[in-house]
Design a protein around this ligand. Structure first.
Ligand SMILES: *Cc1c(COP(=O)(O)O)cnc(C)c1O
Length: 411
C-alpha cells in the first residue's frame, strides 16, 4: 500500500499569497471601476537589460547550429559563469573561492528548499522571525520541524526581529544545529552589520552549527559598511553555505538562474563522532543525482550581467527600484507611519497605525485605497502588526499608490 508523506499534511493549506489573491479578487468583483495597485508580491516589473537580451539571442543562435549546439551541461554549471561569479562577486571583495565551490542552479528557492537533504533529519533548526516561508516549510516536509504548537514548530527556535530589538535577532542561549539567515532581509528589508554577523559566525564555530545564508538581495545594499557575503567574516567558510540569485539582481525571476557556494572547508560530523564529512561533496553527489543543470541560455544570460555594460545596466534598474523605495519611505514617514528597511533592500516593513492587526490594515488599504500589501503576520508570528511593501513596481504605480494612501490616512 502506498502511504502519503504525512509531514506534508502538517503544512497549512492556505498559502499566504493565495489568501491575498482571494481577498483581492473579492474586492475587484465588488469594485470593478477601481484599478488595484499591487505592492504585495515580490516579483520584479522591469524588463531584462540589453546586455542580457543580446547574450540570450546569441546563445539561441548557437543552439540552432549543429557545430555549436549544447545538450546536457555540467551539473555544477558552466565554467564561464562560475569563473565570472568568483571574479566579480568574491575576489573583488578579497574572498577566494575555487570554481568547485560554486554550484549554479535554477534559482535560490530550489537550493534553499533542498539543502536540508544533506544533513540529518533530526537536526534542530533556528530561524529569524518573520521569515521567507521556504526555510520552515521545507523542514516541515522532511519532519525536521516537529509538530505545530500554538503557531510555532516544536523543533524550531524562533529569533524575533521587531522594532523593539531594532530587527537584530538575539543569538540563541542554547545549541541550534542549523540556522537560516537572510540579509538583506525578506520580508523586513533590514540588514546586519559586520559586527552582528560576526557574532553569528562565532556562535556557529563554537557550537558546530551550519548557517544557511540567503543573500538574494545582496546587490541592493547601498551602505559601504554592510557585508555582501558572509565570507567577509573570518571563519565563515567553515560554517556557512551562501545562496545567491539573479532573480532580483537582474530580473531573472522568469529566466531562472542563481548559485550556491559550499566551501570545501565546511564539514559536518557523522553521528558516531568518528568522521567529519565535506558537505561540498555530499551536495555534489545530491545534485548529480537529482539535478541536470540550468539551461545554457540562462547561464549565458547570467554571464552577461558581469560585463561592463551588463553591470551598468542592472545597476540602473536597481537604482530605479531603490528610488521607489526612497519615495515610498519618505511619503509614509511624512504620514506618521514607522517605516523600516527600504535602505539596503527593495522592501519596506511598515508598522500598522494604532497597533491594528496586519490583516486588518491589509483590508483597510485594499478597501480604502485599492492598494495591495502583504500582511506581516503571513511571514511569522513576529510579523503581526506590520505589513510589507515592495519597491519592485513601476514608478507611476508607486506614486499613485502613495497618493491614495495619503488621501486615505489624512481623510
Ligand atoms: C526572491 C527570493 C529568492 C530568490 O528565489 P529564486 O528562486 O532565485 O527566484 C531567494 N530568497 C529570498 C529570501 C527571496 O525573497
Amino acid at each position: 500500500m502506498a502511504l502519503v508523506n504525512e509531514h506534508f499534511l502538517k503544512l497549512s493549506n492556505n498559502y499566504l499569497f493565495a489568501d491575498i489573491a482571494k481577498k483581492v479578487n473579492a474586492f475587484k468583483v465588488s469594485h470593478p471601476q477601481i484599478k488595484v495597485i499591487s505592492l504585495g508580491i515580490g516579483d520584479v516589473t522591469q524588463p531584462l537589460c540589453p546586455a542580457v537580451i543580446e547574450a540570450m539571442h546569441k546563445a539561441v543562435e548557437e543552439m540552432a547550429q549543429k557545430a555549436t549546439f549544447r545538450g546536457y551541461g555540467p551539473e555544477r554549471g558552466y565554467d564561464f559563469l562560475r569563473e565570472a561569479i568568483i571574479k566579480n562577486d568574491y575576489a573583488s571583495r578579497g574572498i577566494h573561492l575555487d570554481a568547485s565551490e560554486v554550484f549554479i542552479n535554477d534559482g535560490a528557492k530550489s537550493d534553499t528548499g533542498n539543502i536540508g537533504e544533506i544533513v540529518r533529519w533530526d537536526n534542530s533548526v533556528g530561524v529569524t522571525d518573520p521569515i521567507y516561508p521556504v526555510y520552515i516549510d521545507s523542514n516541515v516536509m522532511s519532519g525536521r520541524a516537529g509538530v505545530l504548537e500554538n503557531g510555532k514548530w516544536s523543533n524550531v527556535t524562533y529569533m524575533p526581529c521587531t522594532a523593539e530589538n531594532n530587527f537584530i535577532p538575539a543569538i540563541p542561549d542554547h545549541r541550534v544545529d542549523l540556522i537560516y539567515l537572510c540579509y538583506p532581509n525578506n520580508p523586513t528589508g533590514t540588514v546586519l552589520s559586520k559586527n552582528e554577523l560576526h557574532k553569528w559566525v562565532n556562535y556557529a564555530l563554537k557550537n558546530d552549527t551550519i548557517i544557511f545564508y540567503d543573500a538574494a538581495y545582496e546587490s541592493f545594499i547601498q551602505e559601504d559598511s554592510i557585508p555582501h557575503s558572509i565570507y567577509e567574516i573570518k571563519g565563515a567558510k567553515k560554517v556557512a553555505i551562501e545562496f545567491r540569485s539573479f532573480s532580483k539582481t537582474a530580473g531573472f525571476t522568469g529566466i531562472r538562474c542563481g548559485y550556491t557556494v559550499i566551501p570545501k572547508e565546511l564539514t559536518a560530523e557523522t553521528i558516531d563522532g568518528k568522521q567529519r564529512v565535506e558537505l561540498n561533496h555530499v551536495w555534489d553527489r545530491r545534485q548529480s543525482t537529482k539535478f541536470n543543470g540550468t539551461s545554457y541560455i540562462s547561464q549565458r544570460a547570467a554571464e552577461a550581467i558581469y560585463t561592463p555594460e551588463g553591470k551598468q545596466q542592472i545597476r540602473e534598474t536597481i537604482n530605479y527600484y531603490m528610488a521607489n523605495a526612497k519615495m515610498m519611505t519618505d511619503t509614509l514617514t511624512q504620514l506618521g507611519l514607522k517605516v523600516f528597511g527600504g535602505k539596503n533592500a527593495p522592501y519596506l516593513w511598515v508598522k500598522t497605525p494604532d497597533n491594528i492587526g496586519s490583516w486588518a490594515f491589509f483590508e483597510q488599504m485594499l478597501y480604502g485605497a485599492g492598494v495591495v500589501c502583504t500582511p506581516g503576520v503571513g511571514f511569522g508570528p513576529s510579523g503581526e502588526g506590520y505589513i510589507r511593501l515592495t519597491a519592485f513596481g513601476n514608478r507611476s504605480d508607486c506614486e499613485e499608490a502613495m497618493q491614495r494612501l495619503t488621501s486615505m490616512l489624512k481623510g
